[in-house]
Design a protein around this ligand. Sequence first.
Ligand SMILES: [Zn+2]
Length: 410
Amino acid sequence: MSLKDLLDSSKDKSLSGQKWHMLRQTIIKRLLSVGNATIAELSAELQSSVPTVTKAVNELLPEGYIIDLGKITNSGGRRPSLYSINPTCAYFLGVEVSIASMSIGLQNIKNEFVSIELGTSFVLENTQESLFEFCNLIKSFVEDCSVEKKMIVGVCINFSGRINSMEGFSYNYFFSENRPLTEIISEQLDMPVHLENDTRAMTFGEYSEGVVDDEQNIIFLNYSWGVAIGMITDGKLYYGKSGYSGEFGHSTIFDNGIMCQCGKLGCLETEISGWSLVNQFKKALKEGKQSKILVDDSSPVLQHHAIIAGAFNLEDPLCVDLVTKQSEKMGRYLSILLNIFNPDLLVIGGDFSQLGDYVLLPIQSGLKKYSLGLVNRDMKLKKSTLGRRAGVIGACCVIKEKMLSPLINN
Ligand SMILES: [Zn+2]
């Protein structure tokens, strides 16, 4: 039996058949959300008789959805068995693509990684060849995993830029007017495909498995080569009408005449981002400032990583100075978001977040200086705990949530 059979509506259309199907789904939902349980616990929680729950559990066991963990120890009497969701009953594939590399991971239904590869070399170009190479890398990863492909329920792929997750279009990469990108990739991989904006997936990763405790209103800042935010409101990812929310980096803020990557002038990214850091670094060198870092003619993305590493590993004064100046400015403009949204938690993620206090303290200082005291006092500021894995973990969580929505949201 595949998970699809359990998620589909009952083939038996009689009232008793539908009730039975719903009971089986509810048992799986309970084991997924709360954890292991005995038949007595399931019976009490689901308000169904012990013989009925026993019958359902005895059906779900050989079908592979649940496993018997053995007898539990108690103070006396007959020792009941403890049941758990079978971690191998379904798998979820997550892929994150950036300009110069990609990361892939496969998680089981209990959010445990079976396999993960971070930073595989891949050059993202807007060509058919690049798309097929990308699909082939995913296929090879799946072939090399110890998991049968039919057990993988679906894949979520994160791209930067404008993504319409509902319709399956990516507007910055591999855009085709005629067909959604999800259809094209799904044909290649032979599995359901979901597209997600990279920052939104990272946000969901931190919410599901990262730094978030019980906070329900969160802003996640992806402070990297580009700058964007993800938002969780009342425990749900916020998309906006067509999925383009969170483009904080392209807010026109500065009157500096600098052309942004998006084609507009003076966006936030033109002074606060990885790519503007590279420009500021080169300008400072031309003006005679000294640095231990050598930026050659390698790709600008690699130069951005070199400057971040220079601040982190070598405490290079020029790198540290540029990063802290940018970050205080970042705090100033984040304070606008705080005043508007009044979140429980602001998470700083992305490449810059690995610099810890070099970034957090100036951001905090900017926030304190420019946001309303009451709003700021209400909010926690934390650094991402998932780091480079946030995107892949988020992608696995997004596809799991999407595919299991009949079990998770009913
Ligand atoms: Zn822009």
